[in-house]
Design a binder for this molecule. Structure first.
Ligand SMILES: *Cc1c(COP(=O)(O)O)cnc(C)c1O
Ligand SMILES: [Zn+2]
Length: 334
């Protein structure tokens, strides 16, 4: 008797795939509708095998990325897709959904630096973007992968998220650009006009619910269970692949010099994880030899991560926080 072995599904040329962040065995196609590890329920991450990327030297990568940085050639005019081999190598040109995001300004904040006693202070203005936040960098990747999934006959028909603002603005804009319906769940009366107007103007289905963000999150997870609506909240790790380009871009803008410290405002720490992931790839491929030190900054009135850090991370998850937080001073960090 012989055992039948199921054929392995075609995985993104076998070099880029989802895997469990807790280390469970198994590779999943990034074109499958899957958000968490089927074995332990942890988040997934997009893993890039290093070997195919090591076929170019560090200098060749630097030259390639520099040559694309100011081009209008599709899709390299985007700060994300200029790094496409490191983001989603198997994405077809015609499925890239991009408004040439990224390549944001990094400038010397001389006077502020002097006030703070930091002589060489620089600011990376990621919010100079289509919808006003770095969320655009992640959404170009997520919506592009969805477009390719749909082109390949996936059951996905729409994208959805729960949001207090920036995520929904970015998702709605990229979905509109791609012609994919978007459904936005937000807590009624708790979203600023500037952020609310964007999904409405971009033709998304906007549902204001009498609950908080966590209540919206529960509902969007229910609604996306049958796989016809794709979940775009930050548990979807495709967004990390776009956001990690911010760190790589900072280092390119410093002529491949590594800054000592990078301070990042954090909510659920997706963005700071993304930057770390990008730097790790740069170290592995020899573009840099040391990591910058990353500092997670939270507002004192909305600081579950800081509280968790003080408790020695006894609670496994900082997101969603175990207790509701009072109104912070800026609505986006609610
Ligand atoms: C989403 C967002 C954050 C928080 O990012 P995380 O990935 O949740 O840590 C911070 N600032 C702005 C402007 C944002 O849009
Ligand atoms: Zn697992």
């Amino acid at each position: 008797m012989s055992l039948a072995v199921a054929p392995k599904p075609a995985i993104d040329k076998q070099t880029t795939y989802f895997r469990c962040i807790a280390g469970c065995p198994g590779e999943h196609s990034i074109y499958d509708v899957i958000y968490t590890c089927p074995i332990c329920g942890s988040l997934l991450e997009v893993h890039h095998d290093r070997q195919p990327l090591q076929q170019r030297s560090a200098d060749q990568w630097k030259q390639l990325f520099e040559s694309r940085a100011s081009t209008s050639q599709w899709p390299y005019g985007s700060g994300v897709w200029g790094l496409r081999e490191w983001v989603v190598p198997s994405l077809a040109d015609e499925n890239v959904v991009s408004m040439f995001e990224g390549n944001t300004n990094l400038f010397w904040a001389d006077r502020l630096g002097k006030q703070l006693g930091v002589p060489d202070l620089w600011i990376k203005l990621c919010g100079n973007s289509h919808t006003g936040s770095f969320k655009d960098l992640g959404m170009t990747v997520l919506v592009s992968v969805v477009k390719q999934m749909m082109a390949q006959g996936s059951p996905v028909k729409a994208v959805a998220c729960a949001s207090t603002g920036d995520t929904s603005a970015a998702l709605a804009a990229y979905a509109a650009y791609a012609g994919i319906p978007a459904v936005i769940f937000l807590p009624a009366g708790k979203v600023s006009t500037a952020q609310l107007i964007q999904p409405v103007a971009n033709g998304a289905h906007v549902l204001a619910l009498d609950t908080d963000f966590d209540g919206c999150m529960k509902i969007v997870q229910e609604v996306t269970k049958d796989n016809s609506i794709y979940l775009a909240n930050s548990m979807n790790s495709l967004r990390i692949e776009g956001q990690k380009t911010v760190g790589i871009e900072i280092i390119r803008q410093f002529n491949w010099d590594v800054p000592d410290w990078i301070i990042i405002p954090v909510g659920n720490l997706g963005n700071i994880s993304a930057l770390h992931k990008g730097f790790q790839l740069m170290v592995d491929l020899g573009l840099i030899t040391r990591m910058p030190r990353l500092v997670a900054a939270q507002a004192a009135r909305a600081n579950p991560f800081y509280e968790s850090f003080k408790n020695g991370f006894k609670e496994k998850s900082a997101s969603p926080p175990s207790k509701p937080w009072p109104m912070p001073f800026a609505s986006a960090i609610r």
